[in-house]
Design a protein around this ligand. Structure first.
Ligand code: BES
Ligand code: MN
Ligand code: ZN
Length: 499
């Protein structure tokens, strides 16, 4: 997909600002409603217009409000956007991203814009974060729209960000642009329809990361059988589409550095199987691979910014369908670990996929830490709505790090408990465990199930059913598939595993 925004950085000097012709100029003002420094000098006459227009429109420069004006006579630009900011609050990196998204939402396709990026604390890193917000907001998924209503809609917005140190911002912007590319990848995979993105095709797309230097291994059905991943295969056995596991390795760290392992649920469509789901809203189950999409997006981001860390991404790709060959409630399957599982509900399939994948990744890669992402339970939406992902873990330190990365990126996680009393709920009459835990604490018993397949490694499970898709649209995300988790985990890797 071609980019809908092109971003350049320049330095903040009155002469270069005044030269902006046509298009839009974006300025930031606080409560005093006053243009500052270079902007005040460059845009003679703008100050009076802003003051007058603010009065008429009762614009108080509250954060996230915008005053949209025809540029005054003295200005070469056509349009002046005055964006309110809180000058007293010290902005966190994520606030700059949100601000970028807010501004991008006001710009029109095919136009040029000059952003006078001069708020207090707006350094090079802030300018880069702002640019990330522009790009995240600009994402669109219209591959399947056969009629483009307005042709010029496809023309990019060309944005120049004028900031104190344009060169430094440009350097910082490069790695954030890699992260945005990773988010785009995750969003698009999630948005793809399930007739297009079935496991084999998904594996093919993940394998395209080889062009960025990611090592790819695809396990086909024979290899999965040989490895003993009977639980994962049981989910896919009712589908016409074969199952796949894809392993993606980015080796940017020291040779002896144990990898970070990220594991994702990739159910390309979840009908529920024989325990079939109700019809209403079932189309959303094309997004039941959002966890795996995050893993692919993350690997994309890490490789394209050449992260100095060793990371292995593993995704389990299956389609959960009802069929004469589908698994039944009552079936007992033996997972790769040797644990026997009684199937109570074929709609609790994600945990079966992850059980084998978690086991395989631990045994094969001896990771320093292992994190899985999965649209695992509807119950997590009941508990946390779309604001936080549920976090479950055997390690307090890992939780603290993930919470911190969540606060920094705005992709927030909230820890929920695990414990023996919950584990008891998945004891089975006939097998070692069963795949559902009854009506109560559904997200917890699902996590408890996963923990049965985790040994000593520090591990965290993120239930992203509420955040990976269909969450409320906001400044930086206008897409159904949100790409949630790419920025969180990129930050987590950057903060703790890059020398
Ligand atoms: N993929 C669903 C969970 C889900 C629900 C994701 C809504 C996104 C939105 C998962 O496979 C599932 O069906 N879980 C069941 C578990 C139950 C049968 C124990 C659920 O949450 O109802
Ligand atoms: Mn299900
Ligand atoms: Zn599912």
């Amino acid at each position: 997909m071609s980019d809908l925004v092109e971003i350049a950085f320049t330095s903040l000097e009155p002469a270069s600002l005044a030269a902006a012709r046509g298009g839009t100029v974006v300025c930031f003002v606080g409560k005093a409603l006053a243009l500052r420094g270079a902007a005040a000098t460059a845009f003679d006459g703008a100050a009076a217009l802003v003051a007058r227009a603010a009065g008429v429109a009762q614009f108080k420069a509250k954060p996230k409000t915008v005053l949209d004006l025809i540029a005054p006579a003295g200005m070469q630009a056509d349009r002046l956007l005055v964006v309110g900011i809180d000058e007293e609050a010290s902005a966190r990196p994520h606030d700059w991203v949100t601000l970028g998204g807010l501004v991008m939402g006001k710009l029109k396709a095919g136009t040029e814009a000059l952003v006078v990026f001069d708020p207090t604390g707006a350094d090079a890193a802030a300018a880069a974060s702002f640019a990330l917000g522009l790009k995240l907001r600009a994402y669109r998924f219209d591959r399947y729209k056969s009629k483009k209503t307005e042709k010029e809609d496809d023309a990019p917005v060309r944005v120049t960000i004028a900031t104190a140190d344009g060169a430094a911002a440009s350097a910082a912007g490069a790695s954030l642009s890699a992260i945005a590319d990773g988010v785009y990848t995750a969003r698009s995979l999630t948005n793809e329809p399930p007739n297009v993105l079935f496991p084999v095709e998904y594996a093919r797309r993940a394998a395209e990361l080889a062009s960025l230097g990611v090592e790819i291994e695809v396990l086909d059905q024979a290899a999965l059988e040989k490895a003993g991943m009977r639980a994962l295969l049981a989910v896919g056995q009712g589908s016409r589409h074969e199952s796949r596991v894809v392993i993606m390795r980015w080796n940017g760290g020291a040779q002896d550095q144990q990898p970070v392992a990220i594991v994702g649920k990739g159910v390309t469509f979840d009908t529920g199987g024989i325990s079939i789901k109700p019809a209403a809203g079932m189309e959303d189950m094309k997004g039941d691979m959002a966890g795996s999409a995050c893993v692919v997006g993350l690997m994309h981001a890490l490789a394209s910014r050449k992260a100095k860390a060793n990371v292995v991404g593993a995704i389990g790709l299956v389609e959960n369908m009802p069929d004469g060959n589908a698994q039944r409630p009552g079936d007992i399957v033996t997972a790769m670990s040797g644990t026997t599982i009684e199937i109570i509900n074929t709609d609790a399939e994600g945990r079966l996929v992850l059980a084998d994948l978690l086991w395989y990744v631990q045994a094969t890669y001896k990771p320093a830490v292992m994190i899985d992402l999965a649209t695992l339970t509807g119950a997590i939406i009941v508990a946390l709505a779309h604001e936080y992902a549920g976090m479950f873990s055997n390690n307090d330190d890992l939780c603290a790090r993930l919470s911190q990365a969540g606060d920094a990126t705005g992709e927030r996680v909230w820890r929920l408990p695990l414990g023996p009393a919950y584990d008891k709920l998945i004891e089975s009459k006939f097998a070692d465990i069963k795949n559902t835990g009854g009506r109560h604490g559904g997200s917890i018993t699902a996590a408890q199930f996963l923990q049965r397949f985790v040994n000593d490694v520090p591990w965290a499970h993120l239930d992203i059913a509420g955040t990976g898709m269909g969450s409320p649209l906001d400044e930086i995300n206008q897409s159904w598939g949100s790409g949630w988790g790419v920025r969180l985990l990129d930050r987590f890797v950057a903060d703790h595993y890059e020398a």
